[in-house]
Design a protein around this ligand. Structure first.
Ligand SMILES: NC(=O)c1ccc[n+]([C@@H]2O[C@H](COP(=O)([O-])OP(=O)(O)OC[C@H]3O[C@@H](n4cnc5c(N)ncnc54)[C@H](OP(=O)(O)O)[C@@H]3O)[C@@H](O)[C@H]2O)c1
Length: 415
């Protein structure tokens, strides 16, 4: 089977290297050679393992290629190329979650019965697409909770374990190559949201794009939040959450306070993990490297092996007729919350806050006042019982207008 690699960067070059180095085991497993014949890049590559061209048409017009592997990144350009390939009835494999977050259903329609592999688009080496699409296909998926971004998990782990400040750890992550020079895509939750949307397509057939769902990042988390979490037996993780209730599904990505006892709370550093609860199997947890050249190439090549065996299952998201789920509006999300407020330290402030909470039907679960930061202001921490997102947002809106509030209130959800 002849393969063209569109994009010869971190993942593309690792795919080529692994196809060459693991040639024998790959052939033994699928009964044929999988040969990377040509790659595409913008720049000239010296010492590449296969010929690399800068001319896209040279590759796209080749008739002898069986599978095109898109590893360029971006949205518009790869989408245009893949559309063109599918129209020519070519098989495609991609690791491109950003493109799939926006265009997956158009691609599904075009792909029809062609093989379209995207295992590497979510959680790197963890074969989570196959788990959901095949292994758990008899289950109603009750919920999915994922640590889907290694950069954010690295930062939160270091803040929690070493008491380091957010900016300090981010700088260290950049020095170590775990974070990009512009880290916003990772730390503001967009990368995790793209992956969550792909999983939600398989589990529920949800057609949402990133703009439709709740996305918050980790840049607002302070050492005080870490202090509170430690005091109350929580750990903070950037979590992608999908939850089904009757025919509605809530999808959200945000920093989350999790009980330290939960299995997923123990996933530290750059590692990824996905917990899936099904109505038949209960909870299951999948753990592994979420990024990196070879780890991601492992997932890309597993799709290639499936194509070689004639086993890459269609339809693309594993369901043949429309599923009955729709997206729950963000304001109807119902969960527990954590609030950090920096307030003027004077008589009556606490009672005003609790009054506002009760006016919004919010009931307090726990409360802590941190020893004073300075002479005139105190930091107050609250956790609430279950309440609606719209209630907590109303409360924050009202609090922001109060003279006794020093800095904008900070809120986090609790699972
Ligand atoms: N890196 C990971 O750990 C990881 C994990 C999971 C998924 N992914 C996904 O895998 C894909 C590739 O990621 P990566 O980290 O390998 O990216 P990368 O290192 O930036 O490599 C991208 C490659 O594509 C080439 N390219 C980009 N735009 C092009 C264009 N318009 N024409 C021709 N060539 C073009 C680049 O050429 P030049 O070399 O000349 O710049 C480069 O060789 C992305 O969709 C990413 O989200 C990556």
């Amino acid at each position: 089977m002849k393969v063209a690699i569109l994009g010869y960067g971190t993942v593309g070059s690792a795919v080529v290297k692994a196809l060459i180095e693991n040639e024998k085991i790959i052939k033994a497993r699928c009964g044929q050679n999988i040969i990377p014949v040509i790659a595409l890049a913008r720049s000239v590559k010296k010492n590449s393992l296969i010929p690399v061209t800068q001319n896209a048409d040279e590759i796209l017009n080749r008739k002898d290629i069986d599978v095109f592997v898109e590893l360029m990144g971006g949205v518009k350009e790869p989408f245009a190329i893949i559309k063109q390939l599918l129209k020519k009835k070519k098989n495609v494999v991609t690791a491109n979650k950003a493109m799939l977050a926006y265009h997956r259903y158009e691609l599904e329609k075009l792909a029809s019965n062609l093989a379209f592999g995207y295992e590497a688009s979510v959680a790197g080496a963890i074969p989570i697409i196959k788990v959901l699409k095949e292994g758990l296909s008899a289950n109603h998926i009750l919920n999915i909770k994922g640590i889907l971004n290694g950069t954010s998990n690295y930062i939160l782990t270091h803040m929690s374990q070493k008491g380091s400040d957010f900016k300090e750890v981010l700088k260290r992550a950049q020095e170590l190559g775990y974070a990009e020079a512009d880290p916003s895509f990772d730390i503001e939750g967009f990368d995790a949201a793209h992956k969550l949307l792909i999983l939600a397509s398989i589990a529920y057939g949800i057609r949402a794009v990133p703009e439709d769902i709740l996305i918050e990042g980790i840049s607002g988390i302070s050492n005080e939040d870490v202090y509170f979490a430690n005091e109350f037996g929580f750990t903070i993780k950037l979590l992608g959450v999908a939850k089904a209730q009757d025919s509605k599904v809530e999808l959200r990505v945000h920093p989350t306070m999790l009980s330290k006892n939960e299995m997923i709370a123990k996933v530290d550093g750059v590692m990824n993990a996905v917990s899936i609860r099904g109505d038949m199997l209960g909870e299951s947890l999948y753990y592994g490297a979420g990024a990196g050249g070879l780890a991601t190439a492992s997932a890309v090549i597993s799709d290639l092996l499936d194509i070689a065996r004639g086993q890459l299952k269609t339809p693309m998201f594993g369901f043949k007729s429309d599923m009955k789920y729709s997206l729950l509006p963000i304001e109807d999300i119902y969960t527990k919350y954590y609030l950090r407020l920096k307030v003027e330290d004077k008589i009556g402030v606490l009672s005003k806050i609790t009054q506002m909470m009760s006016e919004n039907s919010i009931s307090i679960d726990s409360f802590l006042q941190k020893p004073k930061a300075d002479e005139t202001y105190s930091t107050l921490f609250f956790t609430t019982h279950h309440t609606f997102e719209k209630s907590i947002k109303n409360l924050i809106h009202t609090l922001k207008k109060q003279k006794f509030i020093k800095t904008s209130p900070f809120m986090m959800r609790i699972e």
